[in-house]
Design a protein around this ligand. Structure first.
Ligand SMILES: C[S@@+](CC[C@H](N)C(=O)[O-])C[C@H]1O[C@@H](n2cnc3c(N)ncnc32)[C@H](O)[C@@H]1O
Length: 219
């Protein structure tokens, strides 16, 4: 169990936190939380402002493959895979790797990359429809914080059940009150977020023994 920065080679996204804060309304938050067209491909006030494949996940996929020592014939699951960009790049980075994804968004799955058709499942992180120990690694990037605390624990237990000690989760966190303030101005969909200490308590409560990292907003 360790903190590991598997996203260190992902290009940083430019965020106008003030503009998001000023534009945020209860209605926009509700629409974002549907994880539909507006969240992925609508204006920035609702989420990504256009979620398109551009190869940025390729180096992240390489680091994930190296970190878990994955090879042809192994199975990896990406929980919260959206349109399957990372699933595609994991397969490209390690020919023969059996990469799969799961997401709650039918909108995203219906617009997946052609290389991953048939590999992505519609479902929720709290109930992963796979047998115990059936994956060599399970990753979940910027996804489980979209659940409330009890469901975060269920999701962590599911990841642990599928790949004991072979998980990686990246979640929203903050290290200082200033970062917390920035985060609350920016956030649309996250229901549970905390300081690292709080998250570590949640990992322990869930019996999660995999790896993790924090997504921390900075000005
Ligand atoms: C911030 S996006 C992250 C997507 C991708 N992992 C990435 O880092 O680009 C959050 C994703 O979580 C998915 N999601 C939200 N709630 C979920 C749930 N309960 N179970 C599975 N996926 C969920 C959303 O549909 C969306 O694709």
């Amino acid at each position: 169990m360790a903190e590991v920065d598997l996203l260190r080679r992902l290009p940083k996204t430019k965020r106008d936190i003030r503009a998001r804060f000023l534009a945020k309304t209860r209605e926009r938050v509700a629409i974002a939380c549907e994880f539909g067209e507006m969240y992925f491909d609508g204006p920035r006030e609702y989420g990504y402002g256009g979620y398109r494949y551009d190869g940025r996940w390729i180096p992240v996929a390489e680091d994930i493959i190296r970190h878990f020592g994955l090879k042809a014939g192994n199975r990896i699951l990406d929980v919260g895979c959206a349109k399957g960009f990372l699933v595609k790049d994991l397969m490209k980075g390690c020919p023969g790797l059996e990469a799969f994804g799961l997401d709650i968004s039918e909108y995203a799955l219906m617009r997946c990359e052609s290389e991953v058709v048939g590999r992505l499942h519609l479902g929720t992180a709290t109930t992963l429809p796979f047998p115990d120990g059936s994956f060599d690694a399970v990753i979940s990037i910027n996804t489980i914080h979209n659940l409330d605390r009890d469901h975060v624990i269920s999701a962590l237990r599911e990841i642990e059940r599928l790949a004991p000690g072979r998980g990686f989760v990246q979640v929203d966190a903050y290290q200082t009150p200033e970062q917390r303030e920035l985060f609350t101005q920016w956030v649309l969909t996250a229901k549970f977020h905390d300081y690292p200490q709080g998250w570590l308590g949640v990992f322990e409560e869930a019996g999660y023994t995999g790896d993790w990292n924090w997504t921390v907003l900075e000005d």
